[in-house]
Design a protein around this ligand. Structure first.
Ligand SMILES: Cc1ncc(COP(=O)(O)O)c(C=O)c1O
Length: 477
């Protein structure tokens, strides 16, 4: 019997427009490089799951399979909204954050990431306006972008999203604009910024939402990972119309894909419809394990261990930045979470610098990945402090400082020659807090020497520097 060979065209015009415009996630792309033995990864956002007590995990997993009744639930299809028992446990847990919701105001999702996709699908038509922090979580940008919104990114400072800039943007958008759908915010220890929105701005955001008629989506994966200062009241506790996204990823483990949406029933009904089409229901097995973990096991004890570990790592990173980074760089000082945000002078490009960083054995995520236009933020980067050991963090920051210092040195040559448009010696001297140019050069050389002293692969460094000089010469032509 002969078999016909059929060729399907799976490229070009056959691909949906919304997929053709999708950008890959820089973090996902860095995953492979980050696992190389000689590379220290500051790029991921992975919790230290190896800290979880084996006995606790075993008990939670066994509870989901050891009885026929449990297996009849964990191995079966479940309700689209999620298992009733888990929803009750989640409602209970949210009470310690000051949020009062009933179990039926919760819909369980496959991680907070699915919550973002479901919300986007339920609410965004092409051209609708969405407000986010700029920079913001790149997984949210990916989820939203598929539905072709017009994303307006509002800068933050150490107190979270700048309300003055949000107001100015809202004035441009106009009151009652039907295209304006929602503001997506990560108020606690923002990803990627590490900053936290203060109480006054939280109140103002809710007032503006009411005045301009948009929904507020509060994404809170890191809220319980606080290392200093007092708890901030969630937006959801201040106004029950807020759509709150939670996840167990940073408290238990992202391998059990479990997150949730707490929202008014009218919102959940729409999201439920979308979820039916996406997956019918989430993994009942994962949900039952999560339910037992948070209901029957002293999980707060383990969370305290995570907090102590991450706090030490954050402190280590801040100390290393102080020690090794050049004065032109600045960074945020997170009171919790997993990330901090580093800003370099405007003329630096962290996207193209990544190749040199990899060569030097360190990865980060270039800042432009966190902006909807993929261009803004080129002089910044996100670094993670939750995953690597303190020793590796110090080493990674030292390597990164070396890479940055080499680029800066090159730029200083151009600035000295007046060849960098819009950037003069005055600006560099001010950034460095130096009175004259020679002092800048001496400080830079000292800094570089300190960093280079511990570089073993000097030959590779020199080669990279030579390539860069050639590249810069080419650019200057
Ligand atoms: C701000 C933010 N939202 C959502 C997610 C997705 O979390 P999950 O693992 O629950 O899908 C992450 C993951 O890092 C995140 O940082």
């Amino acid at each position: 019997m002969s078999s016909a060979h059929i060729t399907f065209d799976t490229t070009g015009d056959k691909i949906a427009h919304r997929v053709r415009i999708m950008r890959p996630s820089a973090v996902r792309n860095l995953f492979a490089a980050a696992t190389r033995d000689d590379v220290i990864s500051l790029s991921g956002g992975m919790p230290a799951v190896s800290l979880l007590p084996e006995e606790d995990v075993r008990r939670a997993v066994l509870a989901a399979v050891e009885s026929p009744q449990a297996r009849a639930v964990s191995l079966q299809y479940g309700p689209t909204d999620g298992l009733a028992g888990l929803r009750a446990v989640l409602a209970d847990m949210m009470r310690d954050l000051g949020i009062r919701v009933k179990a039926d105001q919760i819909l369980v999702t496959s991680g907070a990431q699915q919550a973002l996709t479901l919300i986007a699908e339920a609410f965004i038509d092409p051209g609708d306006i969405i407000i986010t922090e700029g920079p913001t979580y790149l997984g949210a940008l990916q989820a939203f972008s598929a539905f072709e919104p017009d994303i307006r990114a509002i800068p933050f400072d150490e107190d979270g999203m700048r309300m003055d800039l949000l107001e100015a943007e809202l004035e441009r958008i106009g009151k009652g604009n039907p295209r304006l759908k929602f503001c997506y915010t990560i108020p606690n220890f923002q990803n990627p910024g590490g900053v936290t929105m203060n109480a006054e701005r939280r109140r103002r955001l809710l007032e503006l939402a009411d005045e301009y008629g948009f929904m507020v989506v509060e994404d809170d994966p890191y809220g319980r990972l606080r290392y200093d200062g007092g708890h901030q009241v969630p937006l959801k506790a201040m106004d029950d119309s807020v759509i709150y996204l939670g996840t167990i990823s940073k408290m238990l483990g992202p391998g059990l894909r479990t997150g949730w949406i707490a929202a008014p029933e009218s919102v959940l009904a729409r999201v439920n419809l979308v979820k039916q089409g996406a997956d019918l229901c989430g993994s009942a097995f994962d949900q039952l394990v999560v339910q037992h973990y948070f209901a029957d096991i002293p999980w707060q004890r383990t969370l305290q261990k995570f907090i102590a570990l991450y706090k030490e790592r954050r402190d280590t990173m801040l100390a290393a930045l102080e020690e090794f980074f050049p004065p032109e760089a600045s960074w945020t000082h997170p009171a919790g979470g997993m990330f901090l945000w580093i800003t370099l002078p405007d003329y630096m490009d962290t996207d193209s610098m990544l190749a040199e960083a990899l060569e030097a054995g360190v990865t980060y995520v270039p800042g432009n990945s966190f902006f909807p236009d993929g261009v803004t933020g080129k002089n910044s980067m996100r670094v993670n402090f939750s995953f690597e050991t303190p020793e590796s963090i110090t080493e990674a920051i030292r390597r990164l400082a070396g890479v940055i210092e080499e680029r800066l040195e090159l730029y200083r040559v151009f600035i000295n020659a007046g060849a960098l448009p819009g950037y003069g010696k005055e600006a560099v001297m001010a950034e460095n807090e130096r009175e004259n140019w020679d002092e800048v050069i001496v400080a830079s050389e000292q800094n570089e020497e300190a960093v280079m002293q511990s570089h073993d692969g000097d030959a590779a460094q020199i080669e990279i520097a030579e390539d860069k000089v050639a590249e810069a010469e080419e650019e200057a032509r």
